[in-house]
Design a protein around this ligand. Sequence first.
Ligand SMILES: [Zn+2]
Length: 277
Amino acid sequence: MPELPEVETVRRTLEMQLQHPVIEKVTVFWPRIVDNCSPQQFCDIVKGQKIQDYQRIGKYLIFVLDHHVIVSHLRMEGKYYVQKAHEPYDKKHTHAIFTFTNGLQLRYHDTRKFGRFYLYERNEELTKQKAFQHCGYDVFDERCTPEYLYQQLHPRRITLKQALLDQSVMAGVGNIYADEICFALGYDPEISIQRVRKKDFPALLAQARRILGGAMKAGGTTIRSYTSSLGVDGRFQLQLKVHARKGQPCVNCGTEIIKKTVATRGTYYCPKCQRKR
Ligand SMILES: [Zn+2]
């Protein structure tokens, strides 16, 4: 699943590749990909509008048009291809094609069909809409403070890892970066959030921002290497310290990295560096 840094990379890549084209037409092949209106309404409304801006909230990508906004959630496998209209495409897995007046197309590809588009008027407050009903503040939103996280998370009977993954409080941390944040904090991912002290919440937020910020920077450096035939899903080589490193030595102490299941997710940690208390 793309996480915040990957979605940010997709956002920057599309902005660079497409800039501000006018939508000539949209063809939707899989009707359910459009969530909050009919595909026909979606196509009729966006036709003729220009993409003014590319934004992101948590893992949601937002295309700001003249009068409307399109919210896109890539979910598990969604990715975009920017190609010329005459270039061939994967008919089985391409579910929507935006054709622009400049001859380019933006093709949405999704092998699992979990991704969704939502269409809203520009003057509607986005975060109050259906697409965002389970979405809290973005990790980098200034309203996402240590105090806010403490109030929202600390009273709950969940593990630290579940707390980090809870998109309804802080949006943007997924399975990979949750493991990295737990490692940076020196806590076992499975400890109760109630055992994380109030004075540790500033560090929790700072590490989340540092790790996601570093990944975004790494993604930024790979943008130039994308070509239209590769597709844009934002994935890139990551410098991970624990995630997916089962059996390898811990970068701090050399102890073998362990994999266990926490909140149904494959979770990696160092049993020596990450405390259980
Ligand atoms: Zn260690």
